[in-house]
Ligand binder design. Structure first.
Ligand code: ZN
Length: 564
């Protein structure tokens, strides 16, 4: 079912490919349901935990308290086997998929950034064509491809549809800029994100020229200074960190943003400067700071009190920064997960107090998983490798194959994409598909490649006959992708031979496995759903909570446990 459902969307893909550059796709995934004005209004809060792999809730489950994740798991719906069906399991694509209910080949966010051949420059996923400035004005704001804005999204988000229906408002708050921007869509009433240079929450002139009073006041109150001189310690020494997460100083870890040490406690410094603000973002305290801002938003904007149904996005980005440094099996990720459980309990308590049962829905999800550190030894074939070195012989191989000498066939490698030199292709009159095929075949046999690589002609064609091929097709956009997509071997890390830390971004299950918990108004208490499910349902579940109805153009349907 998982693959069949996802394939439906692919039927549309060649049509999108044919339409070519510059065409703005308006896909109406959701439409407004006929609603009656609710007494007092409602609020839907969606917490997106960055790099919260789908197995954490099971793995660390015995250590959770009763009133956080556990309450949602038992009294709501919990999807334990939820995966992205696209290959590029990165922050930008993950958040855009959650917000739109379609894959990167349709929403257009194919990476955190991508190389634009027409402009010959990198484009950041959360940028716009105009030089939008950071607000408060004067804050430095260098971004690839314009100022920070949601203009690269090619389809409306579920929040955009809510705003268009005039049934509610959207606010998007996150630590990372791209998270707040991509979740918020094009018409939020506010999108605010953390600036690690100043420790303040900021926005851009895409949204407004001045911060609203409540954000100014929040920044002035210096809540960010709360952890000065207080190191990040374990939540409780009573928990078996070693049993659940092995050694604290595990091989392959790198230093966190505090640069303090591989082991607890992680010092944050004693002065309120950029070093402290940056270090803080790599600790679970930054998530607490974000929730403090969330509470200020609910209060000041009267969320859920204005008659309709409002939507509040909360992007907890600290978990990702911690996971990249220490890996998924670390004491730090375990501790961040336990503290996230405490935070979820806080959020539930606040919603219960402010709105009361029947007037709120809490949804918890995530944007991607993570690869374990190769040094754990659980996957002996796992290696750290340098993609430039791995695929460097490709140019020579192509010269040999096509009987040329010294031709620059490969213009650049931006892993996972290879870009060909278009001038060479024109000059030597080599058919593109032939060149792509030759490169893909050679790349597929490299030691650190996963037995497959895909050329753009094949990617733009009809649905491929392998799961992997179709996942890459769902991450392919003709104007934003390269010529050959490389897939590294499972559990190997393309970070360099002597690298430390870990990453994500592949179509492998450890990267695509995310989570979904839903609790509150309009949520049947169905508990664990163990069947394989596509991440496209996250947006449908949010739409359902908001009283918006999905229409036929969406590839997924709300699973039967919601409608029976
Ligand atoms: Zn992420």
């Amino acid at each position: 079912v998982f693959w069949r459902v996802a394939r439906n969307l692919m039927i549309l893909s060649p049509a999108f490919a044919l339409l070519g550059a510059g065409v703005w796709f308006i896909v109406t995934q959701f439409q407004q349901a006929p609603t009656t004005t609710e007494q007092g209004g409602r609020l839907v809060v969606v917490v997106v935990i960055d790099q919260f792999r789908g197995d954490y809730l099971t793995k660390f489950g015995p250590l959770f308290a009763a009133d956080g994740f556990t309450a949602m798991q038992s009294q709501g719906i919990w999807y334990d086997h939820l995966h992205h069906t696209h290959a590029s399991s990165l922050t930008g694509p993950g958040h855009a998929t959650i917000a739109t209910g379609v894959n990167p080949n349709v929403h257009g966010i194919v990476g955190n950034d991508w190389f634009d051949r027409t402009r010959n420059q990198k484009i950041y996923s959360a940028s716009g064509d105009r030089a939008y400035e950071r607000v408060p004005l004067g804050t430095p704001s260098k971004v690839d491809g314009g100022g920070l804005a949601p203009e690269r999204l090619l389809v409306p988000t579920v929040g955009d549809v809510l705003v268009a229906s005039k049934q509610g408002r959207v606010f998007s708050l996150a630590l990372k800029d791209r998270t707040a921007i991509l979740l918020g869509g094009k018409q939020p009433s506010g999108a605010y994100f953390y600036d690690p240079k100043t420790g303040e929450f900021v926005t851009t002139t895409f949204y407004r020229e001045r911060l609203p009073g409540w954000v100014e006041q929040f920044n002035r109150a210096k809540h960010v200074d709360k952890w000065l001189g207080k190191p990040w310690e374990r939540l409780s020494e009573e928990f078996h960190y070693k049993q659940y997460a092995g050694l604290d100083a595990a091989p392959g870890e790198r230093l966190g943003l505090s640069k303090a040490d591989h082991v607890f406690p992680h010092g944050l410094g004693n002065s309120a400067n950029a070093d402290y603000f940056t270090a803080l973002e790599g600790t679970p305290m930054a998530n607490e700071l974000l929730w403090k801002l969330g509470q200020a938003c609910i209060e000041a904007e009267n969320l859920g009190q204005a008659g309709g149904t409002d939507l509040l996005w909360l992007g907890l980005s600290a978990n990702d920064i911690i996971g990249h440094a220490f890996g998924p099996d670390s004491h730090e990720v375990l501790d961040a997960t336990l503290r996230t459980d405490r935070l979820i309990a806080e959020i539930l308590k606040t919603l219960e107090q402010k709105l009361g049962t029947g007037r709120y829905t809490l949804i918890v999800t995530s944007d991607h998983g993570i690869c374990p550190l190769p040094e754990t030894g659980k996957h002996p074939e796992a290696e750290r490798f340098d993609p430039l070195e791995e695929y460097c012989p490709l140019n020579t191989v192509l010269n040999e194959k096509f009987g040329t000498t010294g031709v620059l066939w490969v213009e650049r490698i931006e892993f996972p994409w290879v870009y060909f030199n278009n001038r060479a292709i024109d000059a030597h009159k080599i058919a593109r598909p032939e060149l792509e095929e030759a490169a893909a075949q050679w790349a597929a046999n490299r030691p650190n490649n996963a037995e497959a690589a895909f050329g753009r002609t094949a990617l733009a064609g009809p649905p491929m006959n392998t799961d992997l091929g179709r996942m890459v097709q769902r991450s392919f956009h003709p104007d934003r992708s390269g010529d050959v997509y490389l897939v590294n071997k499972p559990f190997s890390l393309p970070l360099g031979k002597f690298s430390v830390g870990t990453t994500h971004g592949t179509p492998h299950p450890y990267d695509t496995h995310i989570t979904l918990l839903v609790y509150g108004h309009k949520v049947p208490a169905r508990g664990l759903q163990a069947k394989p499910t596509s991440s496209l349902i996250v947006a449908l579940v949010i739409a359902h909570a908001l009283g918006l109805e999905p229409v036929a153009t969406c590839a997924e349907k709300l699973p039967t446990e919601w409608v029976e």
